[in-house]
Design a protein around this ligand. Structure first.
Ligand SMILES: O=C(O)CCC(=O)C(=O)O
Ligand SMILES: [Fe+2]
Length: 424
């Protein structure tokens, strides 16, 4: 998968909750999903959840909701529900909101920014610009291909088609020979099309503003995160994915940081059919045991997933805390609402900022002689959050890797040790 770490995931389901049944009997006529949200926010207290739900605005009940392909919800904030982030003059402290095996559906921008490492802007582009980009990409996508990669010794194909774009033809040629993705070189790299380029400028402005807002509202001490770049975010590469029909999807993954560096920010524009973007927090090994022993009750919900609904012309900003700590996916959809222009297709553009200091001519090579992949330890408790350079040749069909491994070092701004040398 282009720009994604190859990996797998299991989604375990939990049986119906006794508390939920109790809550349902106390609050007849309110949808299960809403009850579940209320219960999660009340941290499992049926009494508190009932109190929160009894406010008059909570009467926006199931009757008003129409069951469409992608569902509908005004906002969590229409219930007098205590937010995971309490508004205060200090940056907010986050509490987990989801729970193992459950999906919390979020639609409203305020809920998304408060409860996830993302922010969303609906109706991002003037509608004629969004439609022009969609039309341009629909034409392009007729020649997109599926990525082929190796997973547990099986050759598999990505469940959607994809293509990669950079600013100039020279860069496109250099990409094909210099940059490695899951152990292979790309065959089809294109020059950004006129609409992609035009929209890129708008995305740049908005993403930078959103990053600054995030820092002010959510990060400790109102400071950027350790390893996050202090520089302006300038998109210079874009992956475009095409999902043709509800069965096309992308499995849970985090995006490759090899060329973006640690704490990367990504701007993701959705066009055409609305689909669900699901995210879940990575649970470190050992945290599960703690949870079972109820040692750390605030971690009790980390394994649930959140579904962010991505309508046509919405810009999702994946903030700096996303790739290291969360995984994301596009879930297969049982039903979709066809789009007037793209019918069953959804086009997605992820604008990214490739760092000059992480050009493969500078990064460590493995014993196979191939530039290595940058990964972050997500599971192992002792080394969680550390970065490493690894051989990824074994992901290429028909190739064996050398198992190369080296810890990766970065300064506070996410620059590798050799970046000073490059600047001189
Ligand atoms: O289609 C999307 O919204 C997400 C795509 C994605 O995760 C990726 O390209 O890495
Ligand atoms: Fe991704």
């Amino acid at each position: 998968m282009l720009g994604k770490n190859v990996g797998t995931t299991t989604e375990d389901d939990e049986c119906t909750d006794f508390k939920l049944a109790l809550l349902e009997s106390l609050n007849p006529g309110i949808r299960q999903e809403v009850l579940l949200e209320a219960l999660l926010i009340a941290q499992g207290s049926v009494e508190d959840a009932t109190k929160n739900l009894s406010c008059p605005t909570a009467a926006v009940s199931s009757k008003k909701r129409r069951a469409v392909g992608n569902g509908y919800q005004a906002s969590l904030s229409c219930y007098q529900i205590k937010r995971a982030f309490e508004p205060s003059t200090e940056p907010r402290v986050k509490k987990a909101l989801t729970r193992k095996g459950k999906t919390l559906h979020l639609y409203a921008p305020d809920d998304i920014k408060a409860h996830t490492p993302c922010s969303i802007i609906h109706n991002f582009l003037p509608s004629d610009e969004a439609d022009a980009l969609l039309r341009e990409l629909l034409a392009e996508s007729s020649t997109y291909t599926r990525e082929t990669f190796k997973l547990f010794n099986n050759i598999v194909q990505s469940p959607h088609t994809t293509c990669f774009y950079v600013n100039t033809l020279d860069e496109a040629e250099a990409q094909k020979t210099d940059y490695v993705y899951n152990g292979s070189y790309l065959k089809d790299v294109r020059r950004t099309t006129p609409e992609l380029r035009r929209v890129s400028r708008r995305v740049q402005t908005t993403v930078n503003a959103e990053v600054q807002r995030r820092i002010q509202e959510y990060y400790p001490g109102r400071k950027k995160l350790k390893y996050q770049s202090p520089k302006e975010w300038i998109p210079n590469a874009a992956f475009v994915n095409c999902y043709d029909g509800g069965t096309e999807s992308v499995g849970y993954h985090s995006d490759q940081l090899t060329y973006l560096g640690p704490r990367a920010v990504i701007g993701s524009l959705s066009l055409g059919v609305s689909r669900e973007f699901r995210i879940r927090k990575v649970v470190g090994r050992g945290e599960q045991d703690l949870k079972e022993k109820n040692v750390a009750s605030d971690r009790a919900d980390v394994e649930g997933q959140i579904s962010i609904h991505l309508p046509h012309n919405s810009l999702l900003v994946m903030h700096a805390e996303m790739q290291e700590d969360w995984k994301h996916s596009i879930a297969p959809a049982q039903a979709i609402d066809p789009h007037p222009i793209s019918e069953n297709k959804r086009l997605n553009v992820t604008y990214r900022c490739y760092k000059e200091s992480l050009h493969p001519r500078f990064t460590p090579k493995c014993k196979c002689g191939v530039p290595t992949v940058l990964r972050c330890v997500q599971k192992k408790r002792e080394s969680r959050g550390r970065y490493m350079w690894m051989c990824h040749v074994n992901y290429a069909p028909g190739k064996e890797g050398c198992g190369f491994f080296k810890w990766a070092e970065f300064d506070d701004d996410g620059e590798p040790p050799w970046s000073k040398r490059i600047e001189e």
